[in-house]
Design a protein around this ligand. Structure first.
Ligand code: ARG
Length: 470
């Protein structure tokens, strides 16, 4: 069969319409400029659908073979960059089907019992599954880079902050591991989003299924939409299946939280790289200079990561707003979901990769960190704990240590220069060994409860995470 124009062979308008869409309508409504990237998923879905059509007798073996061959050659062309995407064919589904039909007449049977509505729902679920797996790998790699960062600086202690005011000392590794924990919850969220999306919508048709005896379980199995026991998982309501995009909202929501976590990590690194903090050195390759101020070294990767969080959160809002108030079932509005989720995945993945690279090229400045963490005020709470061990109620201990801090301030000397006599003038509960409270290493070793930044605990956590991330 010869086709003069591929557009005329399969476009949905053929038959019913006397003319094609006006040029500006076509330009307004085409999605091929962004949904072409679903081509692998679209072909995968079509192959499973075709195999099913052969099983139920709609396609002969020869036709199925011709379809497989056709897609193989199309795939080769796309991979080689030879494939011409045609905006007149609107989207990836019609481009591929039309080209297949141009290569084999059996292509004209492929769309049996199928609509682009369940087709696009399928493609985007397949895409989301792949993307969640990829994001998971990127998240794990960032976790790894943070664990390595901690392992490269096992002895470095920093002030821990609340309200951005010095609070209590922590190991740098403990600070890094805080992000490892956040990222592990992010990984759980992506994995749950993927699991919930892992249900096959194909067979739902435009909105109301099909009169043909489609074997939906077979298709689901072919495409890996199965539960833990290998049983097929298929959507149970055709209307829901073609109009539901909550799995995309979950994906964007997991991504938004990841981006928020990344922005906090970015902010810590930006602060630490300032002359004021000066705790770290970021390698030149991950910074930029100023076109005017010759001395500048700016942490642009971290800043852009922080900035890009805005679009990831914005994409989530766009998607939610897009879905709000849509009548059942499929509406063309839904085409607007793709750019939001593609951008979300691309943005978060590039931030994850760049941040991991930057952390691998960042080192702490041990002397600066040592000077900052030597601030005896960081151990004011340890002083109160010392009194508690002497039987002083904590509220009172807090008050007494407050008086010691005030005394030090008036005397214009650091807390660890207060004499035993001065301590005793405030409370006799301060023991003779009070000066030892300011021994930082000893203080760190004392933090033994689970989750605390104690010497042994942090080592254990580093080892455990490093094993887990192997
Ligand atoms: N490009 C469309 C989308 O992304 C595919 C489904 C089109 N369906 C339709 N009935 N026009 O949503």
């Amino acid at each position: 069969m010869k086709h003069s124009s591929p557009a005329s062979s399969v476009v949905s308008r053929s038959g019913r319409f006397a003319s094609g869409p006006a040029a500006d309508v076509a330009a307004f409504s085409e999605s091929i400029c962004f949904d072409w990237r679903l081509w692998r998923q679209d072909i995968r879905g079509s192959l499973a659908h075709a195999a099913m059509l052969q099983r139920i007798g709609v396609l002969t073996r020869k036709e199925l073979e011709a379809i497989r061959k056709g897609f193989q050659s199309i795939e080769a062309d796309i991979e080689a960059g030879r494939f011409q995407w045609n905006p007149a064919l609107e989207d990836v589904h019609m481009n591929l089907e039309s080209e297949l039909t141009r290569r084999t007449p059996a292509g004209a049977k492929l769309h049996t019992g199928r609509s682009r509505n369940d087709q696009v729902a399928l493609d985007i679920r397949l895409w989301l599954r792949d993307e969640c797996a990829a994001v998971d790998r990127d998240l794990a790699d960032l976790q790894k880079s943070l664990v390595e960062f901690g392992q490269r600086h096992p002895e470095v202690i920093l002030p821990g902050y609340t309200h951005l005011q010095r609070g209590q000392p922590v190991y740098l590794a403990h600070h890094a591991l805080a992000y490892v924990e956040m990222l592990s919850r992010d990984r759980e969220r992506f994995s749950e989003a993927s699991a919930r999306a892992n249900v096959c919508p194909l067979g739902s048709g435009a909105l109301a299924g099909s009169t043909l005896p489609l074997d939906r379980e077979f298709v689901a199995q072919e495409l890996g939409f199965v539960d833990a026991k290998g049983r097929p998982r298929i959507t149970q309501n055709s209307m829901d299946a073609v109009s539901d995009r909550d799995f995309l909202v979950e994906f964007c929501s997991a991504a938004a939280l990841s981006a928020i976590h990344l922005s906090r990590l970015a902010e810590d690194l930006i602060l630490w790289a300032t002359s004021e903090f000066n705790f770290i050195r970021i390698a030149d390759a991950y910074t930029t200079g100023s076109s005017l101020m010759p001395q500048k070294k700016n942490p642009d990767v971290a800043e852009l990561t922080r900035g890009k969080t805005g679009r990831v959160v914005g994409n989530l809002m766009s998607l939610l707003t897009l879905l709000k108030g849509l009548p059942m079932t499929y509406n063309r509005d839904l085409q607007e979901d793709k750019e939001r989720v593609f951008d979300t995945a691309d943005t978060v993945r590039s931030c994850l990769r760049l941040m991991a690279g930057m952390i691998r090229n960042t080192s702490a400045k041990p002397e600066v960190c040592a000077r900052a963490s030597a601030d005896p005020q960081l151990l004011a709470t340890d002083l109160a704990d010392h009194l508690v061990l002497q039987g002083v109620p904590f509220r009172q201990a807090h008050h007494l240590v407050g008086a010691v801090v005030a005394l030090a301030e008036t005397a214009g000397k650091p807390l660890d220069a207060i004499t035993t006599e001065e301590f005793r003038s405030i409370s006799t509960a301060f023991g003779d060994d009070i000066g030892r409270v300011f021994e930082l290493r000893r203080a760190m070793a004392k933090r033994t409860s689970t989750g605390a930044p104690g010497t042994a605990g942090v080592r254990r956590q580093l080892a455990a995470w490093s094993r887990r991330l192997k």
